[in-house]
Design a protein around this ligand. Structure first.
Ligand code: 5RP
Length: 228
């Protein structure tokens, strides 16, 4: 089975978790897009989606899923989203699609978060996938130097690299920039998360810790359910 087929079956399995009337957080990325498509195909009544990016909002609108602003959805029943890496205890790296800030805002406002992914996303230790860090554009080079100091505190010697597309800095939906750090191995994700959060100018990082309740992993043998 191709990775895309694994993503598709995990998105379809997650769509079965949604019930009529639910407020649903809609993730971002290719796996989350399969979920949004499968959810729309179910034709449930009364559901409302809280999108985690402009791209997901556009897809959901195109498919006829009514949307709700996060401000108007103090409690989200269920959020389903992809991940770049799934580590021990369902610790995650997210943000490959530059939507990590809105994703984390929606996840944290949710009663239940389910991560969906192809089998290759499961890892023994987080860090092979470069960790995305969203920073304010103003003074971002200065911020990146202080991110270096925070990384050193966690024994990570790799420098943050500004994410570029076609030679220009990638801008998030919120107008911020993304730095990626090829950490290699993140031995203590909680310590790294705390160190990065302490840097002024860092808006958010892509470590999602203690947030996912379940993972639905698409594999060649079907869906494998993982719990923390
Ligand atoms: C976007 C994300 C995505 O969920 C993550 O990058 C996984 O993407 P895909 O499902 O395309 O592999 O965090 O910011």
């Amino acid at each position: 089975m191709s990775a895309d087929d694994q993503k598709r079956i995990s998105g379809e399995a997650a769509a079965q978790l949604v019930e009529s009337g639910m407020i649903v957080g809609l993730g971002t990325g290719s796996t989350a897009a399969w979920f949004v498509k499968a959810l729309a195909a179910r034709g449930l009544t009364g559901i409302k989606g809280v999108p985690t990016s402009e791209a997901t909002a556009a897809l959901a609108t195109e498919l006829g899923i009514p949307l709700l602003d996060l401000n108007d959805a103090p409690e989200i029943d269920l959020t389903v989203d992809g991940a770049d890496e799934i580590g021990p205890g369902l610790s995650l790296i997210k943000g490959g699609g530059a939507a990590l800030l809105r994703e984390k805002l929606v996840w944290e406002a949710s009663k239940r978060c389910v991560v969906i992914a192809d089998a290759a996303k499961k890892v023994e230790t987080l860090g092979k996938f470069a960790l995305p860090i969203e920073v304010v554009a103003f003074g971002h080079l200065s911020t990146s130097r202080r991110i270096c100091d925070a990384l050193s505190e966690c024994d990570i010697g790799m420098p943050p690299r500004l994410r570029l597309k076609d030679g220009a800095p990638v801008k998030t939906d919120g107008g911020n920039l993304i730095y990626d750090v090829a950490c290699g191995r993140i031995e203590d994700p909680s310590a790294l998360a705390a160190a990065l959060k302490s840097v002024t100018g860092v808006v958010e990082h892509g470590l999602f810790l203690d947030l996912a309740e379940e993972a639905l992993l698409g594999t060649d043998n079907g869906i494998v359910r993982l719990q923390p």
